[in-house]
Design a protein around this ligand. Structure first.
Ligand SMILES: [Zn+2]
Length: 85
């Protein structure tokens, strides 16, 4: 696997902003999110990219916990947000 790291990201006035770290895991980057609506971006071969399926699952697990992840995965690939109650 290519060298991959992650950073906590958010947008401000249309600009992609993020922490200055090179997190080894998605969960570590999630812990670094400091703004509402924050997200995690992967960097592979020095190019930012969206999270792949397993990385997205790890992100959802860190944000919502296992029960909501199972609901989200069951609904996938439909673009239906998880039920929050
Ligand atoms: Zn960070």
């Amino acid at each position: 696997m290519a060298d991959v790291h992650y950073f906590a990201a958010y947008t401000d006035s249309g600009c992609l902003m993020g922490c200055d770290h090179k997190h080894a895991t998605v969960i570590s980057a999630v812990a670094c999110i400091s703004a509402a609506g924050g997200y995690v971006v992967a960097v592979e071969a020095e190019q930012p990219r969206e999270l792949n399926y397993s990385e997205e699952r790890e992100f959802q697990l860190a944000i919502h916990g296992e029960i909501l992840v199972r609901r989200t995965i069951r609904l996938w690939p439909k673009a239906v947000p998880p039920v929050l109650n």
